[in-house]
Design a protein around this ligand. Structure first.
Ligand code: IMP
Ligand code: MG
Length: 175
């Protein structure tokens, strides 16, 4: 279907196992509470669809679109292109991302929802590239897997907006 992505890093089975574990942990941590799950489009759509089906607490969900103008510093600017449609005041918020790279996007989003008076704000990412972090202070509450410093595609992650529909996580080795 696509070129330059023959190497499978995480199989479908491993992904399912990873999401199950995360879902169990999050459900335990939020037992007796309600969650507002907010997915960062577009990369998080597949992971989030899988994750929310593993949760055993009541869930409201929405999506947002954020664009980060990645510079070389932690002050990289982030803009919200599409916001969520309801208030998070007094709610427990879980932000869901596909992958954390510099951490600039998530650092910004965490602050944003704290300013909107959420009762709590946590972050859940499918993958993390800790070697690339610029935002050192970012606390990642839930992480499925750490990945090496390679460009990865599939399971929602794109190369120029293609390859999101590859069912596994693969390494892109073009260019
Ligand atoms: P950052 O953490 O603010 O630098 O940006 C994270 C975003 O960069 C993710 O949500 C992805 O959209 C994108 N990204 C970072 N690394 C990769 C990768 O290896 N493959 C695909 N997208 C990536
Ligand atoms: Mg992307």
């Amino acid at each position: 279907m696509y070129e330059h992505c023959d190497k499978v890093l995480v199989s479908k089975e491993e992904l399912a196992e990873m999401v199950k574990k995360l879902g169990k942990k999050i459900s335990e941590d939020y037992a007796g509470k309600e969650l507002v799950v907010i997915g960062v489009l577009r990369g998080a759509f597949i992971f989030m669809a899988d994750l929310v089906r593993e949760l055993t607490v009541p869930v409201k969900l929405d999506f947002l679109v954020a664009k980060s103008y990645s510079g070389t510093t932690t002050t990289g600017e982030v803009k919200i292109l599409k916001d969520i449609d309801f208030s998070v005041e007094g709610k427990h918020v879980l932000i869901v991302e596909d992958i954390i790279d510099t951490g600039i996007t998530l650092g910004y989003l965490k602050k944003l929802f704290a300013l909107r008076n959420a009762a709590s704000v946590a972050v859940c990412t499918a993958f993390d590239k800790p070697d690339r972090r610029l935002n050192e202070g970012l606390e990642v509450d839930y992480c499925g897997m750490t990945v090496p410093n390679e460009f990865v595609v599939g399971y929602g992650l794109d190369y120029n907006d293609y390859m999101r529909n590859i069912p596994e996580l693969r390494i892109y080795d073009g260019e």
